[in-house]
Design a protein around this ligand. Structure first.
Ligand SMILES: Cc1cc2nc3c(=O)[nH]c(=O)nc-3n(C[C@H](O)[C@H](O)[C@H](O)COP(=O)(O)OP(=O)(O)OC[C@H]3O[C@@H](n4cnc5c(N)ncnc54)[C@H](O)[C@@H]3O)c2cc1C
Length: 822
């Protein structure tokens, strides 16, 4: 008799079927998959998915999820009929901007291990003879992309899972989630309760409804997206038999928001070129699913919305002039505020998980990742960009979800710069300094709903004053976007005078209570049992030693800690790990407080003028914190600096923020104080070698690989998560390293995610990059084999060109820490 947990999966689409397959492959045989629709064509999005799988994405995680899907679906069939037809993928460019972007995308593919080539127009036509040569400038060809037959794959996966003990049950609607003592105990259906130890909702665009059953916000919006089948295309006749269906690569014409696939002698055309069409679940047809016309995910075709797409399709593919649209529909699937999937467990009802807003493209990868989370407690692929708890509260509001998800629909194929902020909604979260920042001409970009100054136009005159060695070189068109040379002046003033940085958006958690010390000891690599006033930089690891976050923990009282964290996922993690006896309270204090990073060689002169408290080296040592008053404003001062200069993070409550800004500003004028933004900040942090979690390292890396071994207190008495996994690993045993590169030409600033070549072969990728204003050269951090030691010459592939760079000794600035400790 099996003792593995009883799992109920809600939804027998491509995600639910993959999950059942992955769980049973791991020996969990008590798996029941229920679906409201009939099997196997349930009427969900999978039932009619055209199944184009373009793997490459700016995100390493999404690309890895897609590549696994390709590998897995290639290996399954239904009675010999394919589930994946590897016809390749072709994305064509009709504008120079798109062609450049395809080069960027080829870089991502190379970085993430997918073979891809940018090809000229002739080669595009050779690959896809229907394309009009004169309309295109070139294309990106990815031979391993192709077509997934999702509905058939569901059958293959269900058969395999059933053979291992799983049960699939159609026409059974889940109407509620049974729970007791904060845990799921089963799912309710019209036929009774199906008992369960774990429930995973793979309900696709119905996810919001299922989440509501346990009071969980599921930030997705069902949107309709048009898809048509043409009649016979004379130029395709005789190319494919019924079984193979397709031989031409799947095709994307992103400049017109269109994509294409073959089906024997017809073409399927998908369009994102129409207005966003949000769908109200209550208005969906409730059919039996078998007849396509009654599938809830297939809404009636609105021909007028498709007219421009048809016109553009005939221009790109002139053969279409000889045919007509045979049939079309407005198909429904999920969009989310940032385009990523939603994976994770309810905070309130243990054992209730979701895996939603997942494309066919990523479905097997997500199925495996969720199975690993359930069975092993961790996924081998980093999932922070997929975690349902990654959003801030304000981003869970239905209005926010609706507006941003619709915007993602509109921009789905747009060429987007990594720093490009959304235009709306804006001003969701502002710091108390915002009025002053606006007076100084702050140029705001947005992150996690926060308005964040990147530079201040008021500092423009300082550019004229820059000493020659600080004058930044001209940038190329891409790296000049969302950037200003003013950042150089702000960096210069930080290194030579003093600057005020708004650090308010950084997540701050208050951890308090008799169990606080014990919790932080267990969850972090640092020694937390230090005197009140100690500040400790530490890592939170997972059981396998992967870095799930880096934290700055200040002990402000015997039982009171302030934790500088990376985002909502840290809050979620600490809350889940806190003991159930109520001995620890965890509060997100970010919104109620604010922070100025006051940094630069004149920082001490400035605060000492305004405070009777002792800010001398002895009065407040490096990595110490204390309460003080500055200009009458009560603050918690922490002697830390992300930019590598003398100074403090000065925290106060939000109501006192503007006053704090004003007193520092007024008192610092003769010392040359300026306000400085994120652009300068990023440059200065890279010069000091400070890593940014989520960019530079994730759960896929251990501390030694990431150059953070110093943060692991192996001699710490208290046990901590991940300790065992690190046994035997050290700085000298790792096979890859996060390495500091400087760019040899002194001027080319890359963006991040570019491949790095060693001896002409792809060997790693860039994580963070900036111009190092102090060192007068661009900097890039990159994952590289450990054999690429200091002095190794490498190349970074940037929009198709190779930029020579050299592995450097880090940090590039102040390795003796004299500036920080001064
Ligand atoms: C027109 C169109 C074109 C697309 N093209 C592509 C493409 O080319 N490539 C690609 O990767 N993706 C594509 N997609 C997206 C893709 O189809 C979906 O993202 C994917 O199929 C979602 O799979 P799923 O298993 O999560 O959801 P679904 O297939 O929708 O399955 C969810 C299941 O949950 C069941 N369910 C819901 N509520 C309940 C309940 N209360 N009780 C019991 N069962 C319930 C539903 O009946 C349904 O069967 C396209 C989508 C559309 C609409």
């Amino acid at each position: 008799m099996s003792t593995t947990p009883r799992v109920v999966i809600i939804g027998a689409g491509i995600v639910g079927a993959n999950l059942a397959d992955e769980l049973t492959a791991r020996g969990w045989d008590r798996v029941t998959v229920v679906d409201q629709g009939p099997l196997p064509l349930t009427g969900g999005s999978t039932s009619h998915a055209p199944g184009l799988v373009f793997q490459t994405n700016a995100s390493k995680t999404m690309t890895a999820l897609a590549s696994y899907t390709v590998e897995k679906l290639k290996g399954i069939d239904v009675d010999g009929a394919w589930c994946f037809n590897q016809v390749g993928g072709l994305e064509v460019a009709t504008t120079p901007e798109r062609l450049a972007d395809l080069h960027r995308k080829q870089g991502w593919a190379t970085s993430w291990g997918v073979e891809a080539q940018v090809v000229d127009a002739e080669e595009c036509v050779r690959l896809h003879p229907l394309v009009d040569r004169d309309r295109i400038l070139g294309g990106l060809h990815i031979p391993s992309d192709g077509l997934a037959k999702a509905s058939r794959a569901v059958v293959a996966l269900a058969r395999r899972a059933e053979a291992r003990g799983a049960r699939f049950q159609g026409s059974t609607r889940v109407t509620g989630i049974e729970q007791a003592g904060g845990r799921v105990t089963g799912v309710r259906t019209p036929d009774g309760v199906i008992p369960a130890d774990l429930v995973v909702s793979c309900a696709g665009f119905w996810g919001v409804e299922l989440g509501a059953m346990v009071g969980m916000d599921v930030p997705l919006l069902p949107l309709a997206h048009q898809f048509v089948w043409t009649g016979q295309v004379p130029d395709l006749v005789g190319r494919n038999d019924e079984l193979s269906e397709a031989s031409l690569p799947i095709l994307r014409h992103q400049d017109q928001d269109l994509y294409y696939r073959e089906r024997v002698d017809c073409l399927g055309i998908g369009s994102y070129a129409h207005r966003p069409m949000p769908v109200d679940l209550r208005e969906l047809p409730q059919g039996d699913g078998v007849r396509e016309s009654s599938m809830p995910s297939m809404l009636p075709f609105t021909e007028e919305d498709f007219a421009p797409a048809w016109e553009q399709s005939q221009l790109l593919l002139p053969s279409l002039r000889a045919t007509k649209i045979d049939n079309g529909f407005n198909g429904v699937f999920s969009f989310t505020p940032d385009g990523g999937p939603l994976i994770g467990e309810s905070r309130d009802v243990a054992g209730f998980w979701i895996a939603e807003a997942v494309w066919v493209t990523h479905s097997a990868g997500v199925g495996r990742a969720v199975a690993q989370l359930l069975v092993d407690g961790r996924s081998e692929i980093d999932l922070h960009g997929c975690d349902v708890h990654r959003f801030e509260d304000v981003q869970l509001a239905p209005e926010y979800v609706s507006e941003t998800s619709q915007q993602n629909f509109v921009e789905i194929y747009d060429v987007i710069h990594p720093l490009q902020p959304r235009l709306s909604p804006r001003n969701l979260r502002v710091s108390p300094f915002q009025a002053r920042q606006q007076e100084l001409g702050a140029v705001f970009l947005e992150a996690a709903g926060w308005e964040r100054p990147h530079w201040y136009e008021a500092n423009a005159p300082l550019v004229e004053e820059l000493p020659t060695e600080w004058v930044p070189p001209e940038r190329d068109a891409w790296s000049a976007q969302f950037h200003s040379p003013i950042a150089a002046a702000e960096a210069w003033r930080t290194r030579t005078a003093v600057a005020m940085y708004d650090m308010t958006p950084l997540k701050r958690l208050e951890v308090s209570g008799p169990g606080a010390l014990g919790l932080l000891q267990r969850l972090t690599t640092g020694e937390m049992d230090k005197s009140v006033g100690a500040v400790t930089y530490a890592l939170a690891l997972d059981e396998a030693g992967g870095i799930r976050s880096d934290l700055t923990v200040a002990r402000l009282g015997e039982q009171l800690f302030q934790v500088g964290a990376n985002g909502p996922l840290d809050h979620d993690y600490l809350q889940r790990q806190a003991p159930a006896d109520g001995s620890v309270q965890i509060r997100d204090i970010t919104g109620g407080t604010c922070c100025i990073g006051l940094w630069g060689p004149r920082a001490r002169d400035l605060v000492q003028r305004l405070s009777a408290d002792d800010f001398s080296n002895d009065g407040l040592k490096y990595f110490r914190a204390k309460r003080a008053r500055i200009g009458g404003v009560p603050v918690t001062a922490m002697r830390l600096s992300y930019v590598g200069e003398l100074g403090w993070e000065l925290y106060t409550s939000a109501d006192n923020g503007q006053r704090l800004w004003d007193v520092l500003w007024a008192a610092g004028q003769d010392l040359g104080v300026i306000a400085a933004g994120r652009a300068a900040f990023n440059s200065l942090r890279l010069e000091k070698g400070y890593r940014a979690w989520g960019h530079d390292m994730t759960t896929e890396h251990n501390p030694y690989e990431a150059g953070l071994g110093f943060a692991v207190r192996t001699q710490k008495k208290a046990d901590f998560v991940g300790r065992q996994a690190l046994a035997g690993i050290g700085d000298d045993t790792v096979s890859r390293r996060l390495s500091c590169l400087t760019i040899d030409d002194g001027r080319s600033v890359v963006l991040g995610h570019e491949p790095v070549l060693v001896d002409g072969h792809p060997a790693g990728y860039v994580t963070s990059a900036a111009f190092g204003h102090t060192v007068g050269r661009p900097i890039a951090y990159a994952w590289l084999p450990a054999s690429a030691t200091v002095g190794t010459e490498v190349e970074i592939e940037y929009f198709g060109t190779r930029i020579p760079a050299t592995v450097a000794t880090e940090p590039l600035v102040d390795p003796e820490m004299t500036r920080l400790r001064g």
